[in-house]
Design a protein around this ligand. Structure first.
Ligand SMILES: [Mg+2]
Length: 128
């Protein structure tokens, strides 16, 4: 089941590299963006199977970026998972309410992260 294309939108270089390395080790293909604008551009161009979206980004908030993805018929159906350090009470509900398909908190669990991603990819598959 490996080989899905995953877009990582994350402005922290260390986090970005960690996520990329974990995903590539599991056989996923990755695209990387450090800003929401670049992430949106890559999403439109490559139509990834899954997007991991940081919330605090230098240009647009991850929630606003999600809104733009959902507004574009070409990217509206992509599974988008929030990847955020925000772990305050109610954040999970707020992000899922905003339309994210899932929610992962940072720091990510190196042991659990690949399986969490696989779970989201399987859910995202049409009919699966
Ligand atoms: Mg950030």
């Amino acid at each position: 089941m490996a080989g899905e294309l995953i877009l990582i939108v994350e402005d922290n270089e260390k986090n970005l590299k960690l996520v990329r390395d974990l995903l590539q080790f599991r056989g996923y293909r990755t695209l990387e963006a450090a800003t929401a604008g670049e992430g949106l551009r890559l999403a439109v161009e490559h139509r990834p199977d899954l997007i991991l979206m940081d919330i605090q980004l230098p240009d647009l908030d991850g929630g606003a970026a999600l809104g733009r993805l959902r507004a574009d018929p070409g990217t509206a159906g992509i599974c988008v998972v929030a990847l955020t350090a925000q772990a305050m009470g109610g954040d999970r509900e707020r992000l899922l309410g905003a339309g994210f398909d899932g929610y992962l908190t940072k720091p990510i669990s190196i042991r659990e992260f690949p399986d969490q991603v696989r779970h989201f990819c399987e859910r995202a598959r049409p009919g699966g």
